[in-house]
Design a protein. Structure first.
Lengths: 401, 401
């Protein structure tokens, strides 16, 4: 029994007509002889509408109840898709998250899958049924309905594929993974394949096709993932294990984040306590720090810059005003007119010249960068927002993205 | 810990504003010191909208999937009500049917509750939480989500009260139980109390306030039921165990069914086989027979009349046309211009003169009745629809309904 897990996003099941259309795609696969598990999101904007309903009764709706409410969205879409499949003459059965054995833990609205009891799904597959599973949801140890947060249905699909030891097909609004977002660089090339490590790095650096944790599950359990358009009219992109035979590009992808606040603190009296206090006051307020850069002390004073999401600006102000009072002489500067630009590629592991090529490119194009951080397979730069397009064009052209 | 189960119908939770209003009523009871379980239906016309959605993909939607779909309606309303209660500062928790331990069996869309595992609810009540339970739904032995059919939320509420050994309050569109429907007799009197037996008889004879099976559960487990308007502005009606101290009315209630087809088959050659064949051909087509009346054979021929719901007319024709071909000489007459009128009262058990009082009343008012059937506490008559109002007025006035 060869199994495939397919996932269809909210846009693909937005209307009854669209559900009919994806049903035909599912049936096609079934006719090819596969056993099929389908994971679907809520129809269209249903989740947003449910959140609006919750907001109409509470400014800060209780999260346990919000999960209870949001989970109805996928329950509607699985039952409708299963009805359509049956109407077309195919045995099918819909399952909610808890019925599919998806056990989760964590904070409501942001749960993580900890285990899947796959028996029920396996039995239905053996009976020849197409199994339609509600994405984005599960049940926790207390028996409460939970949801998985952003990209939750992808996580459901890839985790099911991991448990069933089979490939996973993600049908979505975009037709694959591009080296650079085509909206930013119209000549962007679609990748035939990308390895898990690069995809994880790109996701965590801001490429929005898949959430990092979904790709992580694929990586950890070696689930081949195929990302393609739900119209199924073009070839998509395979995400799979790194393979020396893969085309060795130095840089596979370029990602951009615009939602960046860069903060620089100058003249910090050089002591580990001061630095620690500054970052503790931020983490106490749940401010996630992205890039950090510190220069060597000069006259026993250091300068530190970091970036965070713009939405944290108010709490960052609060934390740093506190520190300004405590640490004499420090000065805080903020810049929200910046972008983060990251290049990703497995090739960087072996090729040492990437950083220097990039510096040269920036120099040639008169682009001033502010912060630089590196990981094993990526380099990220903070640049002025006004230089963004120029940088994208130069890098995409040079590295053939 | 004194517990109360309250049930609110779809109209009472139609809008967010209405949910706010019933929340205040619930909190009032909580402040009086009660532990509270609230059962709610889906908001307004949600269930109808979900059924329409299902009908848009299938002329005859799969019933297992329809249950999956419909169950989302109550899941939305319980989460919203629980959010509202929390927003008002009261600890609350919502539960779906399966979370509330409601186990069912039977045909999908018409399941019956077979057992309730009440532990989870009890624990929450002990923690001081208001427990909000989705009505109308449960889970069967296969782990599939099920629904309970018409009046299912009442059944959920009364069954929970039976298990918790506490009273049940049903808040609905009407403000109590009337001896006769006030739309038919404007002077109709609301009953302060009615016993289970009378209420069951009235429900099964067509009074639409509660389904017979809900009252049956109340009767079997002796759950006092209070039926009142969800506006809570008027005193409602208590349904409880028969008690000799209750005001001994001969007739407690009068019910009318207009949806009646009366069929008469004349000149049937007198043999058990013929009668049996006729009714078998009807039951094979799932035609529910209500009243049956047969007169003594004359010249070895008998006449039989029966009533059924008008919606069965086509299949009745089909069945009887078949019989006309098989049994020589029989003649079929149909009359759909009739009403069924039933009087109900525990007093009939002891008082033998009710039938004769009724006959006298019909004679005085020149009302011709066609069929008569009796049970221990009721008598039903088929009359011409044109005589309906006259009969209602005469009976209601005479018996002070």
């Amino acid at each position: 029994m060869e199994v495939i897990v397919q996932k269809y996003g909210g846009t693909a099941v937005e209307t009854v007509e669209k559900v009919q259309k994806i049903a035909n795609g599912i049936i096609q696969r079934k006719k090819e002889g596969y056993s099929i598990v389908v994971v679907v999101s809520a129809m269209g904007k249903t989740t947003n509408r449910l959140i609006e309903l919750a907001n109409s009764v509470s400014a800060k709706p209780d999260k346990r109840e919000l999960d209870m409410l949001m989970a109805t969205g996928e329950q509607v879409s699985v039952s409708i898709l299963s009805m359509v499949l049956k109407e077309k003459g195919y045995e099918s059965i819909s399952l909610t998250g808890f019925q599919a054995g998806i056990k989760t833990e964590g904070t409501h609205t942001k749960n993580k899958i900890i285990e899947i009891d796959i028996e029920r799904i396996k039995n239905y597959l053996e009976e020849g049924k197409i199994v339609v599973v509600a994405g984005f949801q599960g049940i926790n140890g207390e028996g409460d309905i939970t949801t998985l947060g952003r990209g939750g249905s992808d996580t459901t699909a890839i985790a099911l594929a991991a448990k069933l030891k089979c490939p996973c097909e993600i049908y979505t609004d975009v037709d694959g993974i591009y080296g650079v977002d085509p909206r930013l660089y119209p000549n962007a090339k679609k990748l035939d394949t990308i390895c898990f490590e690069e995809m994880m790095e790109m996701s965590s650096l801001g490429a929005k096709v898949l959430e990092t944790r979904s790709v992580e599950i694929g990586y950890r359990y070696n689930v081949p993932i195929y990302v393609a358009s739900s119209h199924m009219d073009k070839k998509g992109t395979y995400i799979k294990e790194f393979d020396k035979q893969m085309e060795q590009k130095v840089i596979t992808g370029l990602t951009i984040s615009d939602d960046i606040l860069m903060v620089t603190i100058n003249h910090i009296p050089y002591s580990p306590e001061n630095i620690s206090n500054i970052f503790s006051s931020l983490s106490d307020r749940e401010v996630n720090i992205d890039m950090i850069s510190q220069t060597s002390p000069n006259n026993n004073r250091v300068n530190i810059s970091f970036t965070t999401s713009k939405e944290n600006e108010t709490v960052v102000d609060e934390a740093l005003n506190e520190q300004v009072k405590k640490i004499s002489g420090i000065k805080v500067k903020k810049d929200s007119d910046v972008s983060k630009l990251s290049v990703v590629g497995m090739g960087m592991r072996n090729e040492s010249g990437v950083a220097s090529k990039m510096f040269k490119l920036f120099a040639e194009n008169d682009i001033y960068f502010k912060l630089v951080t590196t990981s094993e397979i990526s380099i990220s730069y903070t640049i002025n927002a006004s230089d963004k397009q120029k940088a994208i064009n130069a890098i995409s052209k040079t590295f053939n993205l």
